[in-house]
Design a protein around this ligand. Structure first.
Ligand SMILES: NC(=O)C1=CN([C@@H]2O[C@H](COP(=O)(O)OP(=O)(O)OC[C@H]3O[C@@H](n4cnc5c(N)ncnc54)[C@H](O)[C@@H]3O)[C@@H](O)[C@H]2O)C=CC1
Ligand SMILES: O=C(O)CCC(=O)C(=O)O
Length: 525
């Protein structure tokens, strides 16, 4: 079996692959057409973030069984194309957590004390003591947006420095935050209270452009911002304007909207410290992730054991045919529910009815939990660790079974509970194969859960649908399907629109401002 390593990984990983008897080629810096021309020879591909594994590359990968990411981010892999071809996509969540948290703290010190700027000045022969007056971190408030693995490690370190740590993470329970000695609050409150703001969320529809001109306006004067998560979460132009106007005292950026950045005025700006996506770049982290991915790939190619796969559950071979459609349905119900729900989840109940109650439900529950957590945690959740992550986050998972499925042959309902509200989403299979969402709370619907969608609560009034259609049409976005459900004529209604292209933040705002629209969410399945 042949393995292609197309990005730089630690030699420890290569040794493991070779020792396992695999034939390893290391070819880094390949152009897309070069990779496409050779990928057909390989059974496994090992990458970091530089190699772009597009649908085109996957199409040419005639023998490929597995793509392994030494690290966590999989935004450079077309996972849907890989899944369609049965290629397992795996990563190594956790291997670079400490390293990235340490980089964040280093970046915070660097902007607070202007260390890189002072170093550059001394290298030019200057001795500019006055110019590089800094601020202490002690007693300052650090606002962490996204209190997951890295955010949690940053919090511990910042507490050790005597900082007052506050956090915003809509998916974190109050209890967990309390245990960590952190005050959990809404984002607006955090932004207005923090002296330093650091971001540790994935880049999702919700977090794209999270820090923008509007939010910056509500920050303290002379606040600092740090982004070691993903480019695109902070709006680079708005940060630049705020630095120029003096609203922001400094920014530390490890990640960029475009990497490497081109003509980006933040690079080299006197109030900015930049690093070229170095968050995970330590010997220790690179060894961790290289060893982990090499072991995972060898285990899969040699023994068929799947670990840390983001697109495949482990189920006994004889159950695959019957379980797979229900696994897809469960994952879609979870993902759909997560994208329309807001609040710290404390409990999730999966109700299996009719045919579904007669199945081996444990992989279905795992798939539903994975679906629920993936839009929130993106790369860190897989078919193996989903239940553990839920538990760690204080989410209690319950299952119930009933042979009575009402109007359907088999149905699965996910009930999500937070201290403030409950959401219930029911799905079924049409023709034993095709997933449909058929109930959302008390609204009866018939939604095809796939691709880009808009989910809206609206008043059941004439003109609502026409307005949405006109606005999308004006923006050249084609509507594939529309579904409606209402409590009663003239009451509260839900509208779900399947669209052929994603909507931009601006279009989303325009939809929100249409008459009789109460709330809009973007869904991607
Ligand atoms: N700079 C670098 O080299 C590296 C960057 N990263 C990036 O760091 C980020 C965080 O990674 P991990 O901590 O491992 O992920 P994680 O999955 O453990 O944590 C992410 C946290 O963000 C929260 N979150 C999701 N949506 C949110 C929203 N709208 N508002 C507030 N919080 C939200 C989640 O609840 C979760 O607690 C990811 O974007 C990852 O790709 C990771 C490793 C290295
Ligand atoms: O491999 C790297 O250097 C980037 C790490 C990263 O961003 C990730 O693991 O998500």
């Amino acid at each position: 079996m042949k393995v292609l390593v197309s990005d730089n990984i630690s030699s420890k990983g290569i040794e493991i692959l070779k020792k396992a008897g695999l034939d390893v080629d290391v070819k880094t810096g390949l152009k897309p057409e070069e990779l496409k021309s050779i990928i057909g020879e390989y059974h496994a591909l090992v990458i970091r973030s530089a190699t772009k594994v597009t649908a085109d590359i996957i199409d040419a990968a005639k023998n490929l069984k597995v793509i392994g990411r030494a690290g966590s981010g999989l935004d450079n892999v077309d996972k849907a194309a890989a899944s369609k071809k049965g290629i397992v996509v795996m990563n190594t969540p956790g291997g670079n957590t400490i390293t990235t948290a340490e980089h964040t703290i280093a970046m915070m010190f660097a902007i607070a004390r202007k260390i890189p700027q002072a170093n550059a000045s001394m290298a030019k022969g200057e001795w500019e003591k006055k110019k590089f007056m800094g601020v202490e971190l002690f007693n300052k408030t650090l606002g962490i947006i996204g209190l997951g693995n890295i955010g949690g490690e940053v919090a511990k370190r910042a507490q050790g420095l005597g900082m007052n740590v506050i956090a915003y993470d809509p998916f974190l329970s109050e209890e967990k935050a309390k245990k960590m000695g952190i005050k959990k609050m809404e984002i607006a409150e955090l932004i207005s209270q923090a002296d330093f703001i650091t971001i540790h969320t994935p880049l999702t529809a919700e977090t794209r452009n999270l820090i923008n001109a509007k939010t910056i306006k509500t920050m303290k004067d002379s606040a600092y911002i740090i982004n070691c998560a993903r480019g695109g979460i902070v709006n680079e132009k708005d940060i630049y304007d705020a630095l120029e106007s003096g609203k922001l005292a400094g920014a530390a950026l490890d990640v960029f909207e475009k990497e490497p950045p081109e003509n980006n005025p933040l690079v080299g700006h006197e109030k900015v410290v930049c690093t070229p996506h170095l968050g995970a770049s330590t010997q220790e982290a690179q060894e961790n992730v290289a060893i982990a991915i090499a072991e995972q790939i060898a285990d899969y190619l040699i023994y068929g054991t799947i670990r840390n796969a983001v697109n495949f559950p482990s189920i006994p071979a004889d159950q695959v045919a019957v379980l797979q459609p229900y696994i897809t349905l469960s994952e879609k119900i979870g993902s759909f529910s997560s994208q329309i729900f807001e609040g710290g989840i404390t409990e999730v109940t999966l109700e299996y009815r009719g045919d579904a109650s007669l199945l081996n439900i444990s992989p279905l529950t795992i798939a539903a939990i994975k679906g629920l957590l993936t839009p929130i945690l993106e790369e860190t959740v897989n078919f193996v660790n989903a239940p553990f992550i839920a538990k760690e986050r204080g989410i209690e998972v319950k299952e119930t079974k009933s042979t009575d499925a009402g109007d359907y042959q088999g149905a699965i309902t996910m009930k999500i509970t937070s201290p403030q509200k409950i959401l219930s989403v029911t799905g079924t299979l049409f023709s034993k194969r095709d997933p449909r969402i058929v109930k959302i709370n008390d609204f009866t619907v018939e939604i095809v859960p796939e691709g880009n969608m808009l989910f809206m609560y609206n008043n059941d009034k004439p003109g609502v649908i026409g307005n949405i259609g006109t606005l999308l049409g004006k923006n050249n976005i084609n509507i594939a399907r529309m579904h409606f459900g209402r409590e009663k004529a003239g009451g509260k209604a839900i509208s779900v629109v399947n669209i052929d292209a994603p909507v931009t933040h601006k279009i989303l705002q325009e939809i929100k401002n249409l008459p009789n629209i109460l709330d809009v969410k973007v869904i991607n399945l």
